[in-house]
Unconditional design. Structure first.
Length: 170
């Protein structure tokens, strides 16, 4: 089966002159030795392939089982060596493919944090997607750990760790 697929991919390149583009370039693969336990790794997708120094859209997912409580704030932190840029005006939060109204999105460049405040708390048990559009990837590739923390309404004002997106920029 592998041989057949490889042959078809090569044949399509030779006949059409175009490369067969793989979704594998924009989806997380198997991560070994990341330092992040498997149950804490969050799924994501890079819509435009995660190319260094290119424009992209990050779709960062929070599975329903991680949403044990309602959420009044999502905070995304990233490492100091990530030199990409974000557009706070192009941030969306989606539940069941529907955009949730946001009251505010703050990007603190020095603190390396994106804070997202929905108008109404996100319900517990919901599958959430955070869509960061108009992202300029860093000019060099690498692996970047984006941590997700949440704040529940009426909670002690302390962010709680949900998981980590391990992004690969090539």
């Amino acid at each position: 089966m592998k041989r057949l697929l490889s042959t078809l991919a090569v044949a399509s390149c030779l006949l059409t002159g175009f490369q067969a583009v793989s979704w594998a370039q924009s989806l997380p693969g198997l991560t070994l030795f990341s330092g992040v336990r498997g149950e804490n790794q969050l799924p994501y997708r890079l819509d435009f392939g995660g190319q260094a120094d290119g424009w992209d859209r990050y779709i960062l997912r929070i599975p329903a089982q991680k949403m044990k409580l309602a959420v009044a704030q999502i905070a995304i932190t990233y490492p100091d060596y990530y030199k990409g840029t974000f557009d706070p005006n192009k941030v969306e939060v989606k539940i069941k493919d529907k955009a949730v109204p946001l009251s505010e999105v703050k990007w603190d460049k020095e603190g390396r944090i994106i804070q997202i405040y929905p108008q109404e708390p996100l319900p517990s048990g919901s599958k959430v997607e955070v869509v960061l559009s108009n992202v300029k990837n860093p000019s060099f590739g690498g692996t970047f750990y984006f941590n997700c923390q949440i704040l529940s309404p009426g909670d002690i004002p302390m962010l709680r760790y949900v998981g980590t997106w391990i992004l690969s920029i090539s």
